[in-house]
Write a protein that binds this ligand. Structure first.
Ligand SMILES: Nc1ncnc2c1ncn2[C@@H]1O[C@H](COP(=O)(O)OP(=O)(O)OP(=O)(O)O)[C@@H](O)[C@H]1O
Length: 248
């Protein structure tokens, strides 16, 4: 691994993490630090281990070896639910409830209530352009609307850290752009963001990228570093050289 720059007081501190399923090692000895206010992108081919790593970070799954700390706390830890927002790859929503009821449910887990909850619901739904659908049952939402509601839930409590697994899949280009603008504003306000993506122009917008292949980080650095390391002129080429195809 190269250029995994030492980060002082990292918000995300993954050390020597591994995960096996049966006899198969899907993550091997992964170490990664993400600093406060960084927008960090995990990039890798399908099945390379991105979601597995995200699940270990958030405490949804437990590593077989190594350690994960978020905001200085050893994971998994239930109380940390209030301090980070997580958007899973498959939406974890209650279909029979309205969007508002879903938001209220997750809001209560985050410790939000009363006027603050109402205010945050309005702000989060405005951000994903779903204000008009607040009282609609989630079962009547399209796939893209469900993704947007999942994102609204992840940032409902204005967490210090956002962990987003493919946040813009199924979202149209106009809304995708406005969501990225919003992620940029959040980062400027000090929110740390870790996300996975398959979209190259999204990868270019990250402060740093981690390229993952076969459960190992093959490169970590700024988009410019990654291009330089692989001698590529675009992230897409670098991805193929370092993470997405035959190693150069
Ligand atoms: N619960 C599980 N049991 C067995 N194998 C699993 C389990 N979860 C993940 N895997 C395997 O681990 C590997 C990594 O999966 P993971 O979902 O982390 O990949 P990914 O990089 O997120 O892929 P994608 O980009 O397609 O979402 C895959 O081969 C997958 O089949």
């Amino acid at each position: 691994m190269s250029e995994n720059t030492a980060v002082s007081s990292p918000v995300v501190d993954v050390r020597g993490v591994s995960r096996r399923f049966g006899s198969r090692t899907v993550l091997g000895d992964v170490s990664l630090q993400v600093g406060a206010g960084e927008l960090f992108g995990l990039l890798g081919p399908s099945g390379s281990g991105k979601t597995t790593l995200i699940k270990l970070m958030t405490g949804i799954d437990r590593a077989d070896g190594g350690s994960v700390r978020l905001l200085g706390e050893r994971m998994p830890k239930l109380a940390m639910l209030r301090r980070f927002g997580y958007m899973a790859q498959s939406d974890a929503l209650y279909g029979e409830l309205t969007a508002k009821e879903n938001l209220a449910f997750f809001g209560s887990l985050y410790g939000l209530k009363g006027e603050r909850l109402a205010k945050r619901m309005r702000a989060a739904m405005a951000l994903v352009d779903l204000e008009a659908d607040l009282n609609k049952a989630v079962s009547a939402y399209s796939g893209g609307m469900k993704r947007r509601l999942s994102l609204a839930i992840a940032l409902l409590h204005e967490p210090e850290l956002l962990v987003l697994d493919e946040p813009t899949v199924g979202i149209d280009p106009v809304l995708r752009r406005s969501i990225w603008r919003e992620l940029g504003d959040m980062r400027r306000n000090g929110t740390t963001i870790v996300l996975t993506t398959h979209v190259m122009d999204e990868a270019e917008k990250c402060d740093r990228l981690g390229l993952i292949r076969d459960g190992r980080l093959t490169a970590v650095g700024t988009p410019e570093d990654i291009k330089r390391q692989s001698g590529a002129s675009s992230i897409e080429e670098a991805f193929i050289a370092l993470g997405g195809g035959a190693r150069a």
